[in-house]
Design a protein around this ligand. Structure first.
Ligand code: NAD
Ligand code: 89V
Length: 340
């Protein structure tokens, strides 16, 4: 079945969506929309898409779409997702899904009431090494996991391609921590409580660029999510997430260069290369993320076909957003016990 999709928001990241749609069997992006004509025209030229709109309502009124892919920044998500629901069009929405729980719940409710699927483009869990870790745990390679560390530390200049990241009162938890918190949920399950601390090291930005979050999962396991865009290290690893998981029968370690070691106390250590494929349109710096875009879009097409709820549905993403909110609240309230 070939489905017809539209895409709204032809900015920096949307090119990855469009390349991935072109590579995937089963979907055609037939129309584009951006309120900025220059970006709209550039994307239309690059991807050979002739039907273009500057107004999303006109796009929905004019096109017969099987789904819409919203790749705009967070400010416009609620109005665009509600518009999709009003036109009964299944919808993918980029992260961060919403700035407030109220907006997020309203979008979930609008799509539920319209009976259309809604998936948040929370792609990090679809990275090849993260999926390999999930599989190893499911295969009982390390027994029951009881501890984890999910670490993203970099000094890469993310502000160049995404200048809005330097401007918001909130930064690293809302933009990047959200992915890492979602990975922690994916690997160790939902979270029962958390504490957090944030720092701003780069004086030129408005929000926090370092966050350290301690999670206690409902399963009883504990994990640390630590993120930094202020960490100049001997090897710049952007955008790799490094992971350690300890289980009752062994441990897992995802090191730099997508090298995964799986150690079992009884059977020994296995080294697995989890390097993602470098697609023809991808670039070395971003290829891990670019491959995860392809993987999540493929998942969406499968869900459209089977009627299954996407893993990172709007409903599911409410839990990841709640972690973001709780981390900011915990960081601003201070740690639980004062030592001085
Ligand atoms: P961008 O500012 O470069 O592009 C957004 C585009 O949307 C702009 O061209 C803007 O004109 C357009 N737009 C905004 N509101 C619109 C509206 N109502 N109607 C039509 N067009 C509208 O932003 P970006 O860097 O491409 O980021 C887009 C989103 O992708 C952000 O939410 C960001 O957090 C997310 N992102 C995700 C990943 C990931 O790996 N999942 C990576 C980078 C960015
Ligand atoms: O994936 C993202 O959401 C990006 C980046 C990796 C730069 O944080 O904004």
């Amino acid at each position: 079945m070939q489905v017809r999709g539209g895409l709204i928001g032809c900015g920096f990241f949307a090119a990855n969506h469009l390349h991935a749609w072109r590579q995937l069997d089963g979907a055609d992006i037939v129309a584009l929309c951006d309120s900025n004509s220059e970006r709209l025209d550039a994307a239309a030229r690059q991807f050979g898409i002739e039907r273009i709109y500057r107004d999303a309502r006109v796009l929905f009124e004019s096109e017969r779409l099987d789904f819409i892919d919203v790749a705009t920044t967070v400010e416009s998500h609620r109005s665009l997702v509600e518009l999709a629901a009003a036109f009964h069009v299944p919808c993918i929405c980029q992260k961060p899904f919403a700035r407030t729980a109220e907006d997020a719940r309203a979008m979930v409710e609008a799509c539920r009431a319209a009976n259309v699927p809604l998936m948040v483009h929370e792609n990090f869990r679809w990275q090849t090494p993260i999926q390999a870790i999930r599989r190893a745990i499911d295969d009982n390679a390390i027994g029951r996991p009881f501890w984890g560390r999910f670490s993203f530390r970099s000094a890469f200049d993310v502000y160049r391609a995404q200048p809005y990241l330097a401007e918001g009162r909130r930064f690293i938890i809302e933009d990047l921590g959200i992915h890492i918190l979602d990975i922690a949920r994916f690997i160790l399950g939902d979270v029962a409580r958390l504490s957090a601390s944030t720092q701003r090291i780069n004086p030129k930005i408005a929000g926090e660029d370092v966050a350290t979050i301690l999670l206690v999962h409902a399963s009883g396991s504990t994990s640390i999510v630590d993120c930094s865009y202020a960490s100049a290290r001997s090897e710049e690893l952007f955008p790799q997430t490094l992971i350690e998981i300890d289980g009752e029968e062994g441990s897992l370690k995802l090191d730099a260069g997508y090298r995964l070691s799986v150690h079992n106390a009884r059977t020994g250590t296995r080294q697995i290369s989890c390097e993602p494929p470098l697609h023809a349109w991808a670039e070395r710096r971003w290829f891990n993320i670019q491959d995860s875009v392809l993987n999540i879009q493929k998942h969406w097409l499968e869900c459209l076909r089977t009627g299954e709820e996407p893993q990172t549905s709007g409903r599911d993403n409410l839990k990841t957003l709640a972690l973001v909110e709780a981390a900011y609240a915990a960081a601003s309230a201070g740690l639980t016990r004062e030592m001085v």
